[in-house]
Design a protein. Structure first.
Length: 325
């Protein structure tokens, strides 16, 4: 399944009262998001409406406060994951501008939700706020719906004994290095992505060549060594490259400085310039300093063996079109 991405609400071409619009950031597209999107798509089908997801780029915090938030997923990745949550979704990526931020709540609804998106039903989170200085809330949205002729309601996210699934919970688990909990919350491992840059080739000299990733935008877990699954990204889509061992940290044994690097098991080839995605499945150990390169190599051999063991039952996700996830 894949979602149709629409850049800007004016490009959707919706007829009046023809859509069910779900509004949210959907960073991470965790299990709670997935349930909401699937339910919205099912309701839209039964009501003869077109299901539309409305999200904003950049994040409103960037415009309002000038600092970008840490992200679980890039927008491109987010759209792809939303598409897997349910069939037939259109994802409107609305530019969040200063002009949009100062619209009064009523104008936001009339111009954007009704005028450009053709909303008959609007679904938002329980803490949703909108309009100038966040003056609009769910209660006001319901009042405007009753006045202007559309349905408005808040959804409750699914959860577990620890509370609702949320992006904040995912970030907390990543920060603790608990990748098993992260996968439980997301329904898949957390992934990071970047372009392979030329490094110092110390790994190759040790018998374990590594791909050094630069420009990684996603939230990082603590320094350490991780069992990972590696996808290679291309304009046509992502494809699984192999199992891997990733090191995030400062490489204290060789004092080489900060890096994000991955050794792809059983792979021989040139990856310089390639875009890779690392799915971090399990944290193997802390990063540590060894007494010499021989001791480091022995530990890497153990890390590789452990990764093979942990990842042996993994297979590419059919929904991901040949990628791991």
């Amino acid at each position: 399944m894949s979602a149709r991405r629409v850049d800007g609400a004016e490009s959707l071409g919706a007829s009046p009262k023809s859509t069910l619009v779900v509004i949210g950031n959907f960073d991470g597209v965790h299990r709670g998001h997935q349930a909401v999107l699937a339910a919205a798509a099912a309701e839209a089908r039964s009501s003869g409406l077109t299901p539309v997801v409305l999200t904003f780029d950049p994040h409103p915090v960037v415009v309002l406060r000038g600092r970008p938030p840490s992200v679980l997923t890039t927008m491109e990745r987010r759209v792809a994951l939303i598409g897997r949550a349910a069939e037939g979704l259109s994802v409107v990526v609305q530019p969040f501008t200063r002009e949009l931020s100062v619209l009064e709540p009523r104008e936001f609804v009339v111009r954007l939700l009704l005028g450009e998106l053709g909303a008959a039903v609007v679904v938002v989170g329980e803490n949703f706020s909108f309009g100038r200085e966040r003056r609009g809330d769910v209660a006001l949205l319901r009042e405007l719906g009753a006045e202007l002729g559309f349905q408005a309601r808040a959804h409750a996210l699914e959860g577990d004994g620890s509370g609702p699934y949320s992006s904040s919970r995912v970030r907390g688990a990543i920060g603790a290095g608990d990748m098993l909990e992260v996968e439980r919350l997301l329904g898949r491992p957390h992934s990071i992505s970047g372009r392979v840059e030329r490094g110092d080739e110390r790994g190759r000299a040790l018998g374990f060549p590594t791909a050094n990733l630069g420009g990684v935008p996603e939230v990082l877990p603590p320094h350490g060594v991780y069992a990972c699954l590696v996808d290679r990204l291309a304009p046509s889509g992502a494809l699984s490259l192999g199992l891997g061992v990733a090191n995030l940290g400062v490489r204290p044994t060789v004092a080489a400085g900060p890096s994000i690097e991955a050794h792809v098991l059983d792979f021989a080839g040139d990856l310089y310039g390639a875009e890779l995605r690392l799915h971090l499945v399990a944290r193997l150990r802390d990063e540590q300093r060894f007494d010499g390169l021989d001791a480091l190599v022995r530990q890497i051999e153990k890390d590789v063996a452990r990764s093979r063991q942990l990842l042996a039952a993994r297979a590419p996700d059919p929904a991901a079109g040949g990628a791991w996830s």
